[in-house]
Design a protein. Structure first.
Length: 132
């Protein structure tokens, strides 16, 4: 899940506490479909886009897709997420692109997509990079 840190940062997400915050404002149909596919308990990487271009933490889905209150036409959805953890070491887009086993990720192929799926093996690879 991508957010510009000057709009919504990992620190702001942490301050939202156990109630979390809605992940709203998504207006891309493919990203919205990805939101709809999320299940309660799913973990997501929190990516700072544009400023930093790096994975900085992990959030958890605590409420599945509901109508996004910021969408006046009611076509798009949001999910509720809560802070899980900050990564020990951020993982930059540059480092992800350098890792051949991660070349298939939407983050590399469709970098403007704000919500994208990740497979379990890639999740573990990225998480491991954040601890090295």
């Amino acid at each position: 899940m991508k957010s510009e840190p000057d709009v919504w940062s990992i620190d702001q997400q942490k301050k939202a506490g156990v109630k979390g915050a809605p992940w709203d404002g998504v207006r891309n149909y493919q990203a919205a479909k990805n939101l709809k596919n999320m299940q309660k308990g799913d973990l997501c990487f929190f990516y700072h886009s544009n400023i930093g271009k790096e994975i900085v933490g992990v959030v958890e889905i605590i409420k599945t897709a509901f109508i996004d209150k910021t969408d006046k036409e009611g076509r798009f959805v949001a999910v509720q997420v809560k802070f899980k953890e900050k990564l020990e070491k951020t993982v930059t887009l540059e480092n992800i692109k350098k890792n051949k086993t991660l070349n298939h990720l939407a983050l590399v192929k469709q970098s403007r997509l704000s919500v994208m799926p990740i497979d379990y093996k890639s999740w573990k690879t990225i998480y491991k990079i954040s601890t090295i």
